[in-house]
Design a protein around this ligand. Structure first.
Ligand SMILES: [Zn+2]
Ligand SMILES: [Zn+2]
Ligand SMILES: [Zn+2]
Ligand SMILES: [Zn+2]
Ligand SMILES: [Zn+2]
Length: 298
């Protein structure tokens, strides 16, 4: 289970939004060390003895985290716009509305249907590959929304690299400004400026490295295509050879059958010959006398 989705979640006060699932808090728990809140289920999902707040990085031992009932009560009067229709009412009536009207939601990105809002929310939070998301650098040049499964491609894109370069540029000029206004070059900002320049150099190296990699990939894929072609030709040759072998085998089979028939005929003929040697056709027996010479000489 994750938080509660709503059309107006992005315009609500940030304190009502879970920093783990980015939805409206469901059964909020408070991190005692920093005061920020999570959904109870998102806290359980962490399954850690020390919970690091994703808003401020301060750690709270998990046995010091309790359900914040007072805050939960305060939230019930929040005005909510249903995420599936234009129903608008307070949070306390939202669950009932969802149960009554949207018990089998369909994902608008991948058309999969779900048996409960909760399953659907989990799907949207982590499983849907078609969902549109925003790049973390949307304020620095990556404006358009990106299909979730394309995100790693986006990170390698020219546009995203450009956004990173933008950030570095901005950080550098801000730092220079602050140095100018404070009118002294302390060692700290000097160091930071150097670091930034290092990062910029590394970035440029990565960029040219990326271009070389892309070239390599292109070459490899053309080689692959060539090999695939050869393989296809070979496969065709093999199947042709197989066909002609089959034809020859059939031919041989036919010849063998003919030979068998001929052999049978021969046997029959032989038998007939033998019969004929013993039979006379004019009514008298013909005696066949073997070894005539031996008999005569006796
Ligand atoms: Zn949450
Ligand atoms: Zn915090
Ligand atoms: Zn609705
Ligand atoms: Zn989906
Ligand atoms: Zn980006």
């Amino acid at each position: 289970m994750v938080g509660i989705d709503a059309q107006n979640k992005n315009i609500l006060d940030r304190k009502f939004i879970c920093s783990d699932c980015s939805l409206v808090l469901r059964d909020p728990v408070q991190l005692s060390a920093c005061g920020h809140r999570l959904c109870h289920s998102c806290f359980l999902n962490r399954n850690q003895t020390l919970i690091t707040c994703s808003q401020c990085q301060i750690q709270t031992p998990s046995d010091q985290i309790l359900i914040d009932r007072a805050f939960n009560n305060e939230m019930q009067t929040l005005s909510i716009i249903c995420s599936y229709c234009n129903w608008t009412d307070t949070l306390q009536n939202y669950e009932e509305h969802l149960q009554q009207l949207h018990s089998n939601p369909i994902c608008q990105y991948c058309s999969q249907q779900f048996n409960s809002i909760d399953q659907f929310n989990q799907h949207k939070a982590s499983q849907c590959q078609n969902i549109l998301i925003e790049c973390l650098l949307k304020d620095f040049g990556c404006h358009q929304q990106i299909v979730c499964s394309e995100l790693s491609n986006h990170y390698r894109s020219e546009q995203h690299q450009h956004s990173i370069a933008n950030i570095l540029q901005q950080m550098k000029s801000q730092l220079k400004d602050s140095v100018m206004t404070s009118n002294r070059m302390d060692t700290d900002s000097d160091y930071t400026l150097n670091q930034l320049e290092e990062v910029e150099k590394t970035m440029n190296m990565f960029r040219s490295g990326g271009e070389i990699l892309e070239e390599d990939v292109k070459q490899l894929s053309s080689e692959l295509a060539e090999h695939e072609n050869k393989l296809r030709n070979l496969t065709e040759n093999i199947s042709q050879m197989k066909l002609s072998i089959e034809e020859e085998t059939a031919l041989l089979e036919g010849m063998k059958q003919n030979l068998d028939i001929l052999n049978q005929d021969l046997v029959l003929l032989e038998e007939k010959m033998n019969d004929m040697q013993c039979t006379s056709y004019d009514g008298t027996f013909v005696w066949k006398i073997r070894h005539v010479q031996e008999i005569m000489s006796e």
